[in-house]
Design a protein around this ligand. Structure first.
Ligand code: PRP
Ligand code: URA
Length: 209
């Protein structure tokens, strides 16, 4: 079963408070989401393997390290996931970015895929799927399925806020996936919104309603 990691770094928790705040406007909301994504990416990449290399400093050779192993890919789930991808790219600028477009049917809450464009060397990459919200889990389950179907074999899921229902859905459908969150909230309401959550992430990021 994949592990759930709630990243309790004080800076993440501080910024998340202002992300939740209904009085935070679009510009500040977007900036904060990207900042938290950067901080979360820092925690998520702790495991990356290193290789020893020799580097020539101005005064002689030094044994040092560079990243080894798989190359990285970021997959924002459109559209709200776009709000997190630049934040991750701040730390990993060489990562390739794939996109999966999903929306929740407002009646059934089921995800509908409308777009998928992924790097061609998909088997060779470790992917971080990003989406601010993990509510029923339908979108994340579908996005991960879409990646696996195309050959991805190492995937992590990174969300700002999850409901327990969403975590359970991902764990059941994809027991191999680790989930990284800034907060695990209480529940879903009858419309599938996370309580207390932050409202509609896509609308708050892009100023739509
Ligand atoms: C939101 C959010 C997730 C999804 C989570 O997207 O960004 O993708 O809902 O809900 P789920 O876990 O119940 O599937 P939405 O469908 O509102 O689309 P948007 O990003 O285009 O606004
Ligand atoms: N999608 C959102 O944007 N917010 C929620 O609370 C649930 C799904």
């Amino acid at each position: 079963m994949g592990n759930v990691h709630v990243l309790d770094h004080p800076l993440i928790q501080h910024k998340l408070t202002f992300i939740r705040d209904v009085s935070t406007g679009t510009k500040e909301f977007r900036e904060l989401v990207n900042e938290v994504a950067t901080l979360m990416a820092f925690e998520i990449t702790r495991h990356l393997p290193l290789q020893e290399v020799t580097v020539e400093t101005p005064v002689g050779p030094a044994q040092s390290h560079t990243l080894a192993g798989k190359k990285l890919g970021i997959v924002p789930i459109l559209r709200a996931g776009l709000g997190m991808s630049d934040g991750v790219l701040n730390l990993i600028p060489a990562a390739k970015v794939g996109h999966i477009g999903l929306y929740r049917d407002p009646e059934t809450l089921q995800p509908v895929e409308y777009y998928a464009k992924l790097p061609s060397d998909i088997e060779e990459r470790e992917f971080i799927v990003v989406d601010p919200m993990l509510a029923t889990g339908g979108s994340a389950v579908e996005a991960i399925q879409s990646l696996k179907k195309r050959g991805a074999n190492q995937i992590k899921l990174m969300c700002l806020i999850a409901a327990p229902e969403g975590v359970e859905a991902v764990q059941e459908a994809h027991p191999d996936i680790d989930i990284y969150l800034a907060a695990l909230d209480e529940k879903l309401n009858e419309k599938g919104y996370i309580i207390p959550g932050l409202g509609d992430a896509g609308d708050r990021l892009f100023g739509t309603k």
